[in-house]
Design a protein around this ligand. Structure first.
Ligand SMILES: Cc1ncc(C[n+]2csc(CCOP(=O)(O)OP(=O)(O)O)c2C)c(N)n1
Ligand SMILES: [Mg+2]
Length: 278
């Protein structure tokens, strides 16, 4: 099993990289990208079976970033894993770059274009169903936002995943309780979200979305119940890792000033304890 300290350091570096990308690209969904960094790091360095040298390997695990606006950490991880030269990320959000502000499948490692919320789960259901039909053992993971739960298409997909007994499908909700313009409870109340998923026939597991041990244990061992898709409700903090961005709705989409960048990078580098190379 992958070392927890390794994951923690890796996630901290990914946070520093994604902030730099947003600062240099002068645009980005900062809060949501920081919110899901630990989930993505755990998936890509500790759980999923993917091979950057063999993009079309039929048995690779699939990942769909349904909350596509939080693309920055995802690109940084794919670059770090060697899906493309990291240098290319310097073109983020520039005219003509394939590294646009939402995932697109011109980027090696990205399975599907996303960004219009509410579609990642439907695509994932198709991929999981295809695995069952073809007798393949790969798993399918998708990450949704909690604001995204207001999309009706999420629930059509949820219903069909249970109907087809897609236990090779794991959906994660980044439960940071904020969406674009304020709290999820104010914009579209969700509680009890766990009960909703359970009533749709899913196995529901709650985790602390910043606790690598819990994430590894749960994401590494789905399905818990044969014949049921799994919903991992990951409780997170939007803007996690940068004190002045945490739980502040306006950082949903925001570019730090030079001074704010320096503060953010110094907070994060303090967590590395002097280890900046690995
Ligand atoms: C179909 C659709 N409607 C609206 C938007 C605009 N939008 C972008 S992000 C966002 C809020 C998403 O909130 P949440 O899912 O909670 O994401 P997170 O908090 O993780 O950033 C909205 C409404 C969109 N991308 N797609
Ligand atoms: Mg949210």
């Amino acid at each position: 099993m992958v070392d927890i300290n390794f994951l923690e350091k890796k996630a901290t570096k990914i946070r520093m990289d994604l902030l730099t990308m947003i600062y240099e690209g002068k645009t980005g969904h900062t809060g949501g990208a920081l919110s899901c960094t630990d989930i993505l790091t755990t998936l890509y360095y500790g759980v999923m079976n993917v091979d950057p040298a063999n993009l079309n390997w039929e048995n690779r695990d699939r990942f769909i970033l349904s909350k596509g606006h939080s693309v920055e950490g995802y690109y940084c991880i794919l670059g770090d894993k060697g899906f493309f030269p990291k240098e290319e990320l310097k073109t983020f959000s520039q005219f003509g770059s394939k590294f646009i502000g939402h995932p697109n499948n011109k980027v090696p490692g990205v399975e599907m274009n996303t960004g219009a919320l509410g579609h990642g789960l439907s695509i994932s259901v198709g991929m999981a169903l295809a695995a069952k039909m073809d007798g393949r053992s790969y798993r399918v993971f998708t990450l949704m936002g909690d604001g995204e739960q207001a999309e009706g298409s999420v629930w059509e997909a949820a219903m069909s995943a249970a109907h087809y007994k897609l236990d090779n499908l794991t959906a994660i909700v980044d439960r940071n309780k904020l969406q674009i313009s304020g709290s999820t409870e104010e914009v579209m109340s969700l509680d009890s979200l766990e009960d909703k998923w359970r009533s749709f026939g899913w196995e529901v597991i709650q985790v602390d979305g910043h606790d690598y041990k819990q994430l590894l244990e749960v994401l590494g061992n789905t399905p818990k119940t044969k014949g049921k898709p799994t919903l991992v409700m990951a409780y997170t903090t939007k803007g996690k890792g940068v004190s002045f961005m945490e739980n502040v709705a306006k950082w949903h989409h925001g570019v730090p000033s030079r001074e704010q960048m320096d503060m953010a990078l110094s907070e994060l580098s303090a967590r590395l304890g002097g280890d900046c190379d690995e």
